[in-house]
Ligand binder design. Structure first.
Ligand SMILES: NC(=O)c1ccc[n+]([C@@H]2O[C@H](COP(=O)([O-])OP(=O)(O)OC[C@H]3O[C@@H](n4cnc5c(N)ncnc54)[C@H](O)[C@@H]3O)[C@@H](O)[C@H]2O)c1
Length: 339
């Protein structure tokens, strides 16, 4: 069965999704929904998309699609997802899935009521190196993981436009970059529930009403504690824009670079396993990751399966973000579960 896919938005991420859809044998890129025609037309030409609409309602009325990938500004994610789900479309919505926990909860509920797939673009779950490290963790190569360090940081740059307007984005670097670091470590750890969040969050590098600097400490139900840094315009990043380190009782593991370091204290040796991964990559956010994400979306539609980055996983991330912003305001630990 060929799945007819539409894309909402004709901006940065939409191009990556368009290429990803084009790379699938079981999908056809049938439409783009973009508010501005002068953006929509060249986009449709570049990716040979036959239908152009300026509103989601026009797409729905034309019945040209089975599924939609939503790559619009954050404030539109909830309303567009809900409209599309109610019209019978399966939805892959970009991260963050919504502006708030309330919106995300409603989206999850509508997806259940309509029996349509709602998947969130937590793309690192589809990365080959992240999945390799997750397999090592699941095989207990590192032993119990005591603590983790991770970040999502833009070094010496940051986005503009709707990204730096709170009513349109919901928040700053934490919503934009921190969410990747949070979701990646949660995935690596096997999706434990968060127990508590402490955060220090601020705005230092620009004249806008969203955060550009943050540090979080998340305690998970399995006892692991994660330290997360997030930011735009930071004068330094420890590596590429996203990375995670895991410190276990038996050893250390990381992406990126992707490797394990397994100490043998008796023989004063450390075995390093890197699985042949090249670091740094040519493209840190490589197209193949997004191709695998879309392939997963299509297979969930075909098999009526729950996506790896399901709405409830996206919702858990939204709960962590909300707790972090609250902690940032109050200076107190926010408890999400009894310790
Ligand atoms: N997963 C990732 O790696 C990744 C990377 C970048 C962005 N994103 C996410 O993708 C989303 C879009 O980010 P971007 O960088 O592509 O933004 P962008 O500003 O480049 O593109 C957004 C597009 O949506 C269009 N738009 C605005 N209102 C619309 C409407 N009502 N209907 C249809 N289109 C409308 C805009 O005109 C624009 O072309 C954000 O949620 C962002 O967080 C994810």
């Amino acid at each position: 069965m060929t799945i007819r896919v539409a894309i909402a938005g004709a901006g940065f991420i939409a191009s990556i999704h368009a290429k990803a859809v084009k790379n699938q044998p079981n999908a056809e890129l049938v439409a783009v929904v973009e508010k501005f025609e002068d953006k929509a037309k060249p986009f449709a030409e570049e990716y040979a998309i036959p239908n152009v609409y300026t509103t989601l309602e026009d797409l729905i009325a034309a019945s040209t699609a089975d599924a939609i990938i939503i790559g619009t500004p954050n404030f539109l994610h909830a309303s567009q997802s809900i409209t599309a789900l109610k019209a019978g479309l399966h939805v892959l919505v970009e991260k963050p899935m919504a502006l708030s926990v309330e919106e995300a909860t409603r989206m999850d509920q509508v997806s259940r009521e309509t029996s349509r797939i709602l998947m969130v673009g937590h793309c690192w779950r589809y990365d080959r190196e992240v999945n390799w490290l997750r397999e090592q963790v699941a095989a207990n190569q590192l032993g119990n993981i005591i603590r983790t360090k991770g970040y999502g940081i833009h070094e010496n740059w940051g986005p503009k436009g709707w990204f730096v307007q709170k009513d349109l984005s919901g928040g700053g670097a934490l919503m934009d970059m921190g969410i990747h670091a949070i979701d990646t470590v949660r995935y690596l750890l096997g999706d434990p529930d968060p127990v508590s969040v402490y955060a220090q969050i601020g705005t230092y590098y620009g004249d806008y009403n969203v955060d550009d600097t943050g540090m979080l400490i998340i305690r998970w139900e399995n006892g692991t504690v994660s330290y997360i840094e997030t930011g735009w315009w930071q004068p330094h990043s420890d590596g590429p824009e996203a990375a995670t380190q895991l410190f276990g009782l038996k050893g250390y593991g990381s992406v990126f670079p992707s490797c394990l370091a397994l100490p043998d204290l008796e023989h004063d040796q450390v075995e390093v396993i890197d699985n042949g991964f090249v670091f740094p990559r040519e493209e840190h956010c490589e197209q193949e990751m997004y191709d695998r994400q879309v392939a997963h979306f299509l297979s969930c539609i075909q098999e009526q399966a729950i996506p790896n980055s399901s709405a409830s996983k996206g919702l858990a991330n939204m709960e962590i973000l909300a707790a972090a912003y609250k902690s940032g305001e109050t200076g107190k630990v926010v408890w999400l579960k009894d310790a």
